[in-house]
Design a protein around this ligand. Structure first.
Ligand code: NDP
Length: 398
């Protein structure tokens, strides 16, 4: 079989020879009891950089020993990209949300042999799910592999925005001591109302981590959480996002991108938020309307916006989120820490072992299978296409 893995570029100074730490903590289960990936074997050292081109997700030996062909590239956008040229006879595509190989309807039509798309991470919105359903392509992701790390990233970003950390850090670099400049936008999280859109693995982990900050916690969800969790965290449930944003100071977005959540945060919804609210979006860039966010930061309706997800990825050099005021954006990194890479590389290997040996893939990894949404996909996604406009990613290099 021919397998294409689209991975992000190596570090600018080359593939690391040493690491900052000698290992990573050993985790066997996630908080709900689900086991971390359980491939029969791995050919990498936990803690290595695996998500870049030279890291190859640790798959080359495994695949070549079985007689398969592995193509690894970061060149993914545009008709002349290596990805698009290799796609017509590929059987399996592996991609990471951080550097997504957009599988649009047009590309799926060209990929006549494609049977399996693996997301090395969480979030398969870079695949036109409707086209995958229509073509009978199986779509999988490594559920839970990086959810806790993303929750940590969210707590970091909430605090960074509210306490005005990034501009204050900049005063240090600029050799200043400008206390008043730092303090004029600095607040405490204590006492604020914080709400999450979705309380899945990440949303619930954020709520749990924020409880000791003495904040008031809110959530909105399609399926309500069990009563004991609501009580333990003293949660206020909102049947819709509008009623939640009206009372919150901080909103964290933790739902998948699908047809129902695309551009959920538009001018209309943002105008219902309290003036001076903060949005933290580590879910997907397209859940927010790009221009509406910029307008709200410029007008003061939003006091800050942070996150690590953009549309498209990579965003063009002139993407307005790079330069809008009061932002705390990172490139898409929340879910690709070295421990997360260890888990999703192992998860990809587990899925491939199952596929080659015709064993069932875990239900919790399935998004689309057998011509319909399946497994966790049937629970968290709705069918449709959210890849429209992804061709703008070609502008990153121009
Ligand atoms: P989960 O599947 O555990 O949680 C997603 C939750 O979203 C589910 O509980 C689902 O609810 C809920 N949901 C779906 N649609 C809606 C809606 N319209 N309104 C409210 N809630 C909704 O996934 P995770 O928590 O692990 O991840 C969530 C998302 O975060 C991913 O889909 C991905 O886009 C993003 N992510 C980002 C990463 C990063 O590096 N920045 C890394 C990992 C994930 P229900 O089950 O009740 O339908």
């Amino acid at each position: 079989m021919k397998i294409i893995a689209v991975l992000y570029d190596d570090p600018v100074n080359g593939y690391p020879k040493t690491y900052a730490r000698d290992g990573i903590p050993k985790i066997e289960r996630y908080p709900d009891g689900q086991t971390v990936p359980t491939p029969k074997k791995i050919d990498f050292k936990p803690g290595q950089l695996l998500g870049c081109v030279s890291g190859e997700l640790g798959l080359r030996k495994f695949l070549e020993d079985l007689g398969h062909t592995l193509i690894v590239t970061s060149d993914k956008d545009g008709a002349n990209s290596v990805f698009e040229r290799e796609l017509p006879d590929a059987d399996i595509v592996i991609s990471q949300p951080f550097w997504p190989a957009y599988l649009t309807k047009e590309r799926i039509a060209k990929a006549r042999k494609l049977k399996l798309a693996i997301t090395a991470g969480i979030g398969s919105d870079h695949v036109d799910l409707q086209a995958a359903i229509d073509r009978g392509i199986t779509v999988t992701e490594i559920t839970y592999c990086n959810s806790i790390g993303v929750a940590e990233h969210i707590v970091m970003m909430i605090l960074a925005l509210i306490r005005n950390y990034i501009p204050s850090y900049q005063w240090v670099i600029d050799q200043g001591w400008n206390i008043a400049d730092c303090a004029e936008r600095s607040y405490d999280l204590e006492g604020m109302h914080v709400g999450t859109v979705a309380a899945g693995h990440i949303g619930l982990a954020v709520l749990r981590r924020l409880k000791p900050f003495d904040v008031k916690l809110h959530y909105t969800e399609r399926h309500r959480l069990p009563e004991n969790i609501e009580k333990d965290l003293n949660l206020t449930y909102h049947p819709d996002v509008e009623s939640m944003v009206r009372v919150c100071d901080v909103i964290t977005i933790n739902c998948p991108l699908h047809a129902e959540t695309e551009h959920m945060f538009n001018d209309a919804l943002i105008s219902k938020m309290k003036r001076g609210s903060y949005i933290i979006n580590t879910a997907r860039g397209k859940i927010c309307d790009r221009e509406a966010i910029v307008r709200a930061l410029e007008s003061g309706q939003l006091a800050g916006y942070a996150g690590d997800v953009w549309f498209p990825q990579p965003p063009p050099k002139d993407h307005p989120w790079r330069t809008m005021p009061h932002h705390g954006m990172t490139p898409h990194i929340a879910g690709t820490s070295l421990p997360a890479q260890t888990r999703y590389a192992a998860g990809v290997r587990e899925i491939l072992e199952c596929w080659f040996e015709r064993r069932p893939i875990r239900d919790e990894y399935l998004i689309v299978d057998g011509g319909k949404l399946a497994g966790i996909g049937a629970h968290s996604y709705i069918a449709g296409d959210t890849t429209r406009g992804s061709e703008e990613a070609t502008r990153f290099n121009s």
